[in-house]
Design a protein around this ligand. Structure first.
Ligand SMILES: NC(=O)c1ccc[n+]([C@@H]2O[C@H](COP(=O)([O-])OP(=O)(O)OC[C@H]3O[C@@H](n4cnc5c(N)ncnc54)[C@H](O)[C@@H]3O)[C@@H](O)[C@H]2O)c1
Length: 345
């Protein structure tokens, strides 16, 4: 059995405890330290990890020679600086999404990790989601035909962020999935959004249109001001269609053998042949999806990359492409919806 990797968990807010549970239970890590600037959060999770040191600052974690790896689940605006400090201290780092709030910042981190020979992973959890992987294999198999359009909706009531808008908070997930499915960068993006509360300047709602090569188009909607949780993506192919609903435990993936077909319709005066589109109805099929927690797969992948010294899935250039698309959407948003070409990575 491989040696356990001493790890520190920084940030024990809403999300950190999920990562912590997987670190504790996964069998690859030994939780050597917990860190949060909020003493109440430390007190709450310390009893589950009797041997772990408790720190209130990241610098203490960086200076602890026992710790080899760090998982960072602090607010997005802190990621860049904190991850750089930890990499420079010789730690392998799993940083929650988004990796950084600018492409330049993310690129600096990726280059720093490569220069220092450290593992830098971004928590793109959905790339470890068996349903997302299943969709990719269905697309690759050609069952959908040519993918023409994808719509993505990620909506819920809260959690409202102070340090970033709904785009940077929610869309990293959709963009990581879209780039994985379409295996390409958008050629142009347009984004509009609204901040509904005057004194809170962050957009609660963002709607974006992304154009991909070969006449493929994506509609993306993210919001933390919606009465119910929606996590739905529809893929429309030239042959079949598919709906991935991450909220539906029973039927997360449905394939529809439906579409529009061209039929010839002779004109009444017989002058020239005419075509029209008609609905092609067809059966639906529930696609089985392996029931494994994506986060446990993500944490196990981090351990494997630490042991084999390899760049993790969804990290390096892949992580930069996600930030490049986010940044392009943000620039379009600030420009009132002007088309923006994402910077190449
Ligand atoms: N992968 C996913 O599916 C997923 C889901 C939710 C959140 N996230 C990401 O996780 C991160 C955290 O989100 P959250 O909802 O837990 O936020 P949160 O605000 O609930 O928690 C952040 C925690 O970090 C602590 N903290 C802040 N600054 C610190 C510092 N300098 N040193 C030590 N501790 C500090 C806070 O006290 C708090 O406990 C965000 O980047 C978010 O995007 C990812």
């Amino acid at each position: 059995m491989a040696e356990l990797i001493p790890v520190a968990m920084i940030g024990l807010g809403q999300w950190g405890p999920n990562l912590l549970r997987n670190l504790r239970e996964g069998g690859d890590f030994q939780v050597a330290a917990l860190c949060d600037r909020d003493a109440g959060r430390l007190e709450r999770f310390a009893p589950l990890h009797p041997g772990a040191r408790l720190y209130s600052t990241l610098e203490e974690v960086a200076a602890d020679p026992v710790i080899r790896a760090v998982v960072l689940a602090t607010p997005a605006g802190l990621h860049e600086e904190q991850a750089a400090t930890l990499l420079r201290a010789g730690k392998d780092v799993l940083v929650e999404k988004p990796l950084a709030m600018t492409l330049d910042g993310a690129r600096n981190l990726v280059l720093l990790a490569r220069a220092l020979g450290r593992v830098l992973m971004t928590g793109h959890t959905f790339l470890f989601n068996p349903a997302v992987q299943r969709v990719r294999s269905i697309i690759d198999s050609g069952r959908l035909g040519r993918v023409q359009f994808i719509s993505a909706q990620r909506l819920s009531l809260g959690q409202v962020r102070q340090d970033c808008n709904a785009l940077w908070n929610l869309a990293p997930h959709d963009i990581s999935i879209l780039l994985h499915w379409l295996d390409a960068m958008p050629t142009s993006v347009v984004a509009r959004g609204l901040a509904f509360h005057e004194r809170h300047e962050q957009e609660d709602l963002v709607m974006a249109t992304l154009e991909f090569p070969d006449r493929r188009m994506v509609s993306l909607q993210v919001s933390w001001l919606n009465p119910v949780k929606v996590r739905a993506m529809t893929v429309v192919g030239s042959e079949r269609m598919l709906v991935y609903d991450d909220v539906d435990q029973e039927k997360p993936l449905m394939l529809y053998d439906r579409g529009l077909s061209e039929v010839s319709a002779p004109t009444t005066d017989g002058s020239f042949e005419h075509f029209r589109l008609v609905v092609r109805p067809g059966p639906e099929e529930r696609i089985d999806v392996e029931k494994r927690e994506p986060l446990s797969l993500e944490v196990a992948h981090f351990a494997e990359c630490i042991r084999t010294r390899t760049e993790p899935t969804g990290s390096g250039d892949a992580a930069l492409r996600i930030i490049s698309v986010l940044e392009a959407c943000q620039r379009s948003l600030r420009g009132g919806g002007v088309p923006v070409v994402p910077e190449p990575v």
